[in-house]
Ligand binder design. Structure first.
Ligand code: E4P
Length: 217
């Protein structure tokens, strides 16, 4: 399973990139606002840090407007994936862009039928939002399992990019279902490294090692 980080903070991205575990980045207008930086500058900088797909979202709601914005965004770097909303105009734009060889991430997916439409439109990625789905009393992971089954039934190439991830259990469940990608906030990815028994084990080994009076050199 691929790991993307869901942030527009380039320091967070650079830190994770150094681990070699980072396969891509997703941004959205709210994350750009949080960064306090100019959208195009941030996307350019992220694309230089991470060679994998970097999602940059269009703001226009009509096909022509989305295409104009996509033209600007895809010129930034070859690894830009244009993020479009799951609407009729969004999927029309998706069809045009992927037909042209541009990666497209279809975002704000909340039903398996929407995911089916996105795959038929040639989406590179479909982004079902599990956390926001859970927030309103649905089972976000059931959505991922349904999409996995449908995509496997018809051998769609569209990658399931689990989004709106809130905690490590979302990551675990996504991996068990066989999602292709998880995009998670920096803090959630950092949490995946942690286990209290790992910390306790390190402390125990260090204490015993010091008693040996030896050094590794
Ligand atoms: C995905 O691409 C979105 O940017 C993101 O996962 C949204 O997550 P949120 O529900 O935490 O805002």
């Amino acid at each position: 399973m691929k790991f993307f980080v869901d942030t527009a903070d380039t320091r967070e991205i650079a830190e994770l990139a150094e681990t070699g575990l980072l396969d891509g980045v997703t941004t959205n207008p709210s994350l750009i606002h949080k960064s306090g930086r100019a959208f195009l500058d941030v996307v350019k900088e992220i694309c230089a840090i991470v060679p994998g797909p970097v999602s940059a979202e269009v703001i226009a709601l009509d096909h022509e407007g989305m295409m104009k914005e996509a033209e600007v965004l895809r010129k930034i770097a070859d690894n830009v994936a244009i993020k479009v909303p799951l609407t009729l105009d969004g999927l029309r734009t998706c069809k045009t862009l992927t037909g042209d060889g541009t990666m497209v991430n279809v975002t704000l997916c909340f039903s398996a039928n929407q995911a089916l439409l996105a795959a038929k439109s040639g989406a590179t990625f479909i982004s079902p939002f599990v956390g926001r789905h859970d927030d309103v009393g649905f089972d976000g992971m059931k959505l991922i399992a349904d999409i996995r089954q449908i995509y496997d039934n018809y051998a769609f190439d569209t990658e399931i990019l689990v989004a709106s991830v809130r905690h490590p259990v979302h990551v675990l469940e996504a991996a068990k279902i066989g999602a292709d990608v998880v995009t998670a906030p920096h803090a959630v990815i950092k949490n995946l490294f942690n286990h209290p028994l790992t910390d306790k084990g390190i402390q125990g080994f260090l204490a015993d090692w010091q008693k040996t009076g030896q050094m590794i050199s």
